[in-house]
Design a binder for this molecule. Structure first.
Ligand code: SF4
Length: 295
């Protein structure tokens, strides 16, 4: 407790001895941490989808600033160590968490679909079909399609043996991976006006590559819609995002990004639209969108 009172920032801790286990969430509750029951004991995870895998029964989230103590033969004990404004990471809803998880007690898939609906209300455009960037844009694209009435098609197929591209260290490696990872279904794409949905644009290179393969496949128009606001600031709370200079929206205007990635139009969901999709504004950290760092 003494050490934690001197510790600032985002953390989730599990400390174990032979007979005891402590689970602790930082005072602002940046990251999720949940408790479930399994075989008469307890398990802790940062994503509830892990509970489904092992057949554990979700009980509750650990509160921001709470220490929960588990001891053999005893009831769970809870100590509220700190009290501070809640700042849950809103980007978990946009990008990090798996859609089958419950995050801060809300279903991720449902929230992402809602972001797509908000995006369709805020940023409509005439087109023949809505195509998600697999898999990051699927839920939002379904929401966009439902709200706009424009048909949803899986026009791009993802090779599931290739992982996330933004963490590859060099530009060449990232470009090669995108090429290996995504391929368009030409029959659907040719001569069509497309709305491409993704959850975010980080450096812009992946989006550029996707637009290029769609143009090569014969797309008539490519409109990109992003189900979160521009990511203009780095995260200092445990997420390994690129430095500010590498975030495309920190140094390029909307028009410049449109030209760079080669789309007919580009639009993002507003911060208000994102917050409306997820929950109350006050309880979220949105620093990578608005630069307001609480710590
Ligand atoms: S800065 Fe962004 S990614 Fe980091 S905790 Fe805040 S909302 Fe999440």
């Amino acid at each position: 407790m003494d050490a934690l009172s001197k510790t600032k920032g985002a953390y989730s801790l599990i400390i174990q001895s032979r007979k005891k286990m402590y689970a602790i969430r930082d005072p602002h509750g940046f990251r999720p941490l949940s408790i479930a029951k399994l075989n008469g004991g307890y398990v802790i995870a940062s994503e509830t989808c892990a509970f489904d895998l092992v057949g554990a029964e979700y009980i509750r989230d650990i509160n921001a600033g709470e220490m929960v103590i588990f001891e053999e033969g005893k009831e769970i004990e809870s100590i509220q160590l700190f009290s501070a404004p809640i700042k849950q990471c809103i980007f978990e809803h946009v990008y990090f968490a798996r859609p089958d998880s419950y995050l801060f007690e809300k279903n991720v898939y449902e929230k992402r679909k809602q972001m797509g609906k908000e995006l369709a209300k805020e940023r409509p455009v005439e087109a023949d079909m809505v195509v998600p960037v697999p898999d990051s844009g699927v839920a939002a694209a379904l929401g966009y399609s439902e709200q706009s009435g424009i048909p949803f098609e899986l026009g791009i197929i993802r090779n599931h043996y290739i992982g996330r591209t933004f963490i590859e260290p060099t530009q060449e490696q990232r470009a090669l991976k995108v090429k290996m990872k995504l391929s368009p279904i030409k029959k659907f794409i040719e001569g069509k006006r497309l709305i491409i949905i993704d959850d975010s644009i980080v450096r812009g290179t992946t989006s550029k590559r996707i637009v290029t393969i769609l143009r090569e496949a014969g797309a008539k128009e490519v409109h990109m819609r992003i189900s979160s606001p521009p990511t203009s600031f780095p995260c200092y709370y445990g997420i390994d995002t690129p430095q500010k200079e590498e975030l495309i929206s920190s140094h390029m205007s909307l028009k410049e990004i449109e030209e760079y990635i080669g789309v007919d139009s580009l639009a993002y969901l507003s911060i208000d639209g994102l917050v409306n999709s997820v929950g109350e504004s006050e309880s979220f950290c949105k620093a990578c969108f608005d630069g307001n760092y609480i710590v």
